[in-house]
Ligand binder design. Structure first.
Ligand code: G4P
Ligand code: NA
Ligand code: NA
Length: 190
């Protein structure tokens, strides 16, 4: 998607060779026209896969999930982040270690909304080390649901998230894949 690469080059800020700031259009201020186009592209890719639910993690996955779910004509569900480790009989939970924030948090999904009949598409804004996606996969597995694939807006291919999904045989649809970046040279897309 050439147009998205141009957009990210124009609007994104490369803070270091590992961190891309996208807060002017994706994870703080949000460009709704862009997000709807991304959702349509995700919907197009997965329209024949029998997806019954789109799943993400709050907060910055929510609008992507909304747009993808709208395109697919299914509901979306966002896992909630909780600080304390709370165990309840009514929720599936997983703990996620965030490399960026260097802290562990719990994500939870009500058992009411995920079942073994579901065919799930995970979406997120950025795939880095894949910790968030790993937590969601644990929850999907605990529910006995089927994981259809993972779709992200930006994949930082030089971090481990993509490789671990490839190794697990999970189909990944990344709308933009960054092979390398630096504040001086800019972004090299794959
Ligand atoms: P992961 O997202 O693949 O699990 O990797 P990691 O643990 O490294 O990321 C932790 C959080 O940092 C995630 O946000 C992720 O989206 C975000 N992140 C990782 N790399 C970048 C980057 O280059 N730029 C930006 N802007 N964010 C990055 P989160 O925990 O989902 O939090 P939230 O954004 O939903 O609040
Ligand atoms: Na996220
Ligand atoms: Na994020």
């Amino acid at each position: 998607m050439e147009w998205l690469q141009d957009y990210i080059r124009r609007e994104g800020k490369v803070l270091s060779d590992r961190v891309l700031k996208v807060n002017s259009f994706l994870n703080h201020q949000v460009d709704p026209t862009l997000v709807m186009k991304l959702g349509q592209s995700i919907g197009e890719r997965f329209k024949d896969e029998g997806v019954t639910k789109v799943v993400t993690i709050e907060a910055s996955g929510i609008h992507i999930a909304f747009a993808a779910a709208l395109a697919l004509g299914v509901p979306f569900l966002y896992a909630k982040k909780t600080k304390a480790i709370t165990q309840s009989g009514d929720v599936y939970s997983a703990s996620v270690y965030s490399f960026t924030r260097q802290q562990t948090y719990e994500i939870t999904v009500s058992k009411e909304f995920l079942s073994s009949d579901d065919r799930v598409l995970i979406v997120d804004d950025i795939l880095a080390e894949g910790a968030g996606v790993r937590g969601l996969r644990e929850i999907i597995e605990a529910a006995g649901a089927t994981l259809v694939g993972v779709s992200v807006v930006v994949e930082k291919s030089f971090q481990s998230g993509r490789k671990s999904l490839d190794d697990a045989g999970v189909p990944v649809y990344a709308l933009a894949r960054i092979g390398r970046m630096s504040p001086t040279v800019g972004i090299e897309f794959l």
